[in-house]
Design a binder for this molecule. Structure first.
Ligand code: ATP
Length: 284
């Protein structure tokens, strides 16, 4: 038996860091939404008790370091499943980009194996399993748009932002999420983006207010470490994106664009800066 699952990328419309907790995690406030740029997973049942990961992408781990592998292992152990699975990852989301590609693969694995093995696990429980794999996984389990608090695992669903184009550009640099969070000093953040203002803008369907409310306190860290991300942001603004922000810990920068007529110009302009540029729709 075979199942297919799509694993879409996420962007952060706002990301604030409130404090560092005694357990080492940061207390965050984020509004996240999905975009129509997705990995495709093919899950094939194996009679023997093993987990195999394959991918056309040569640059991700295929062993127990792969988050899809970890998700399969977790669900197999927890529900005492005797059969195995071969998961083929058709990677389309850039890796280590701030777009939660690995987390979304893990979430899609949980959803897919729940169906493949007919486990009947409710969504809430799948999210709890996801939280054991990573802070962004619970959001990726259900997708949509949500306010995430705690270390990112406590979710309040909210309506989707007004439909728009999202142009994403990933400069050819590697950013470590752990390193970026390691540099954040929550008590010296000058300007905190407002989750309630962003939520109000979304609920009002006010695209201009969504663009005005974009904010990510991790930009202060990543932009200092990697000035090319700042240059990319400036280029996107100049090319005419309505709102521009770095996603997660970066380095991907995204631009929200309401008019289709502007998208080609922005896309082509950015191709001069980096190879990895995508123009996709937001997901409702
Ligand atoms: P986040 O936004 O959640 O911080 P990210 O988009 O920055 O995530 P990922 O693409 O998830 O980063 O990759 C982070 C690391 O995880 C990579 O270095 C990669 O080697 C490893 N990894 C493990 N499993 C996967 C997977 N299924 N897809 C991509 N990377 C994976």
């Amino acid at each position: 038996m075979k199942m297919y699952e799509k694993a879409p990328a996420k962007i952060n419309l706002m990301l604030d860091v409130l404090s560092k907790r005694p357990d080492g995690f940061h207390e965050v406030e984020m509004i996240m939404t999905m975009v129509d740029l997705a990995d495709r997973l093919e899950l094939s049942e194996l009679k023997r008790d093993s987990i195999i990961i394959s991918s056309q992408a040569g640059y991700i781990p295929l062993d127990e370091k792969n988050l899809a592998f970890q998700a399969a292992r977790l669900i197999k152990d927890r529900y005492n499943v005797k059969s195995g699975v071969h998961i083929h990852l058709d990677k389309r989301i850039p890796v280590a980009a701030g777009l939660a590609g690995g987390s979304s693969d893990a979430a899609a694995t949980l959803r897919g194996l729940n169906r493949l093995w007919r486990l009947g696990i409710p969504a809430q429980e799948l999210q709890e399993l996801g939280a054991e794999l990573g802070s962004d996984v619970p959001f990726c389990v259900t997708g949509g748009t949500a306010l995430a608090t705690g270390r990112g695992e406590r979710l309040t669903p909210i309506p989707s932002p007004p439909q728009c184009w999202v142009v994403l550009a990933k400069p050819p640099i590697n950013v470590s999420t752990a390193e970026v969070y390691g540099h954040v000093r929550s008590n010296s953040i000058a300007v905190h983006p407002s989750a309630s203002r962003m939520q109000a803008a979304i609920e009002a369907g006010d695209f201009a207010a969504v663009c005005a409310g974009l904010g990510n306190v991790l930009e202060d860290v990543t932009l200092k470490l990697h000035p090319e991300v700042q240059q990319l942001k400036e280029a996107m603004v100049k090319l005419g994106a309505d709102g521009v922000l770095m996603s997660g810990s970066g380095p991907t920068v995204f631009g929200l664009v309401s008019k289709q007529s502007k998208v080609a110009r922005i896309y082509n302009g950015l191709r001069g800066f980096c190879k990895e540029v995508y123009a996709v729709r937001s997901l409702s």
